[in-house]
Design a binder for this molecule. Structure first.
Ligand code: MLT
Length: 214
């Protein structure tokens, strides 16, 4: 674990040329090591940057405070999303990284969504696994074609399809290139999440490379 930046985090430099940079954001009760295996499966050889959420709920790390299940402390969401965007900028300077693609699960997906809406420059795109709309009213963000994949579980009692669809609409309205897929799963991740995220990322990063040479 590296601690010298503003978040405790893990950093794994890329093992291959032109591999993407992923920002891994864990769920409630997780930590900076949790999603490293997922990142390696979604993008073998990618650069991985994985911070630990600073908020503790009964000792469980999270990325922002909530008042109850699914009821968020919005002032804290805004503050913590800005704090995370500042950390991303700090880590990019320290490690010489491009803007990362976030891979967030549950609470990590929700904070990634808040960063996209509040500080769009911080991320190149995002894979949001079981996300919900983190803010009651979407701020006027400009996401200019940023690729965002949202994966819902049709049996998920926490991040319901309706709440994820509201977030997808907000991102789409801000100009992001949004794909929202429903998988036969609950709140937990499934093999289908990994396979879908992997395919989507390969296509999103090859389109980005084509745009760079065009
Ligand atoms: C949240 O609090 O961000 C969501 O309810 C997901 C969770 O962490 O359970």
């Amino acid at each position: 674990m590296q601690q010298s930046l503003s978040f405790a985090h893990r950093y794994e430099p890329s093992a291959r040329a032109r591999a993407p940079t992923l920002l891994l954001l864990h769920g409630t009760g997780g930590n900076e090591s949790d999603l490293l295996p997922l990142g390696r499966m979604i993008a073998p050889g990618a650069t991985l940057l994985s911070p630990r959420g600073k908020v503790l709920e009964n000792g469980m790390p999270r990325f922002f405070r909530r008042l109850a299940e699914g009821v968020f402390d919005e002032e804290d969401v805004v503050r913590r999303a800005n704090e995370l965007a500042d950390f991303i900028a700090e880590a990019r300077g320290r490690y010489g990284l491009p803007a990362p693609i976030a891979v967030g699960y549950s609470n990590g997906a929700n904070v990634a969504a808040a960063v996209l809406l509040l500080r769009p420059e911080a991320m190149a795109g995002a894979i949001l696994l079981r996300p919900m709309m983190p803010l009651r009213a979407a701020p006027a963000a400009s996401l200019q074609g940023k690729p965002v994949l949202l994966l819902s579980g049709v049996m998920d009692p926490i991040a319901t399809i309706a709440s994820t669809a509201g977030l997808a609409a907000a991102l789409d309205g801000a100009g992001a290139s949004v794909q929202h897929r429903e998988l036969p799963a609950g709140h937990e991740l499934s093999q289908a999440d990994i396979a879908t995220a992997r395919r989507w990322l390969a296509s999103a990063t090859s389109q980005e490379a084509e745009a760079a040479v065009a």
